[in-house]
Design a protein around this ligand. Structure first.
Ligand SMILES: [Zn+2]
Length: 80
């Protein structure tokens, strides 16, 4: 005969334990190419292929805005 709990756990105890089990929304961020497009972490933007400010290889319907900004910032830093 297996070991058994001595007493039944109360509904409150079960509820308190399950209070932390709610499903949360996955983490997401907004890409500058389109304000409404939500991008998931570790996944390139489906519109412009933006990932960590770089454009991943592939044919994307939009231009990565962050990729355009970076060369300007790099050139200004080299001039000064
Ligand atoms: Zn994008």
């Amino acid at each position: 005969m297996p070991p058994l709990p001595k007493k039944k756990h109360t509904r409150a105890r079960k509820g308190n334990r399950n209070a932390h089990n709610a499903i949360k929304l996955p983490a997401s961020s907004v890409c500058p190419c389109s304000r409404q497009e939500r991008i998931q972490p570790h996944i390139a933007c489906p519109e412009c292929g933006n990932h960590k400010g770089r454009t991943m290889p592939g044919n994307w319907p939009q231009v990565n805005l962050l990729e355009q900004v970076q060369p300007i910032a790099a050139s200004s830093e080299s001039d000064s």
